[in-house]
Design a binder for this molecule. Sequence first.
Ligand code: AMP
Ligand code: TRP
Length: 344
Amino acid sequence: MTEQTAYSGPQRIFSGIQPTGNLHLGNYLGALKKFVDLQTDGWDGVYCVVDQHAITMPYSPAELPDQTRQIAAAMMACGLDPDVSIIFVQSSVRAHTELAWVFNCVTRMGWLEKMTQFKDKGGDNSERVSVGLFDYPVLQAADILVYKATHVPVGEDQKQHLELSRNIAARFNQQFDVPGFFPEPEGLIEGPGARIMSLKDGTKKMSKSDPAETSRINLIDDADTIAKKIKKAKTDTLGDMPVTVEEMEGRPEVANLVGIYGAMAGLSDEQVLAEYGGKGFGTFKPALAELAVDHLSPITTRMRELMNDPAEIDAALAKGAAKANAVAEPIIEEVRRVVGFWQV
Ligand code: AMP
Ligand code: TRP
């Protein structure tokens, strides 16, 4: 892109989390903790509970509102401040789905056919999965771009979806001859928490949908449960903790635990190994459990308090929706004009 065609508007963060299942340590280190760090650094942030994404797979309508509230509670409990950042629910800002329709007509089928998350979730059974699941990344692009967001903090599993958002933005700008209208949003993915693995298999990512509860630490787990899960976490039979980062290669479970320790303590793998290299897991695991409990228990406590007082969450979300609408409305209005929709 040349200088004069590049987007030159304000910089803004957008990210979303689905209200499906319990949040876990991967969501915290890969996403929530980054949101809070960015807020501390003074970024303008828009954080969304994406309930419209949650209905792309089988779900319970009766449980969705409470699950939505729980994600909002987690965002607030981790330190997102509704007076500083915008925290809201996707379905309360209609411009997301309106922009998604326009993007549907910009996006090529072939781009979506390449999405690995759809292939993983949909399997070979395209008769059985919803069109919404296929179209999911287009709605995600609309989420980001309806705020003209420039930066998107997410875990590594979202890399491909972000690449698609960039392609959609570029294609829109080109097709409608509006250079620099939409930014090409950049992922903020790097960092020690980008890909937290299962505690039972260091080659699989920690996931809400893993049937084994012991594979993940949930944000709502109590101190005892956290300690037990870490104690039972798989390691290997190669002996003690590695002394160097090179020695960690081929030991995915150990590398994952070292990464988790580092992400929470703000240390690199080298620094963690400088302290624990050569020691037994009997020393490292209790230290990790203590660190995890210290780190997570204030969040858990605050989350429980908030869930016991839903009025506070709901008020924050109502305020967030009004603020989000105020940003999105003028942008979708410009889009309507650019694409030639009837002006009323
Ligand atoms: P989801 O629960 O799929 O809506 O994901 C919410 C956020 O957490 C996204 O930014 C994901 O990339 C991130 N995330 C999910 N699982 C992990 C993981 N195992 N490690 C790091 N980040 C993750
Ligand atoms: N697809 C993301 C996930 O599963 C959630 C999401 C929806 C999102 N819209 C977004 C993330 C926009 C970042 C930006 O984790």
